[in-house]
Design a protein around this ligand. Structure first.
Ligand code: ZN
Length: 93
C-alpha cells in the first residue's frame, strides 16, 4: 500500500489583522496596547487564553470577573481566562 503524503498545510493564519480606524498597530500584542478597542491602554501584559491577545491589568481583571456558569472553556483551562505576565514564566521552564 502506497502512502500518499498529502501536503495540506492548514496553518491557520494567526496574524489575521484587520486594522480598523483608530486602532493602534500594537493592539493586543505583548507590551503593546490593550486589546479592548475602547481601552487600548499601553503596557498590555495580561494574556487572554481565549482571544490569544494581550490586555492591560484593569481589563484583564474585568474579564476574569465575568465567569459564566458552566463555561466549558474556562473549566478545561483550569485557571482564569486572563493571566498575569509572570504566569507564563511559571509554566515555562
Ligand atoms: Zn485595557
Amino acid at each position: 500500500m502506497t502512502q500518499t503524503f498529502t501536503k495540506t498545510q492548514t496553518s491557520r493564519q494567526k496574524g489575521h489583522e484587520m486594522s480598523r480606524p483608530g486602532e493602534k498597530p500594537d493592539k493586543g500584542k505583548m507590551n503593546g496596547s490593550c486589546n479592548r478597542f475602547a481601552c487600548q491602554a499601553p503596557g498590555a501584559t495580561w494574556y487572554n487564553h481565549s482571544t490569544e491577545r494581550y490586555y492591560c491589568e484593569r481589563c484583564a481583571l474585568d474579564i476574569n470577573n465575568f465567569k459564566p456558569p458552566g463555561d466549558t472553556f474556562l473549566a478545561a483551562l483550569g485557571h482564569d481566562l486572563c493571566t498575569p505576565p509572570d504566569f507564563e514564566r511559571q509554566s515555562k521552564p
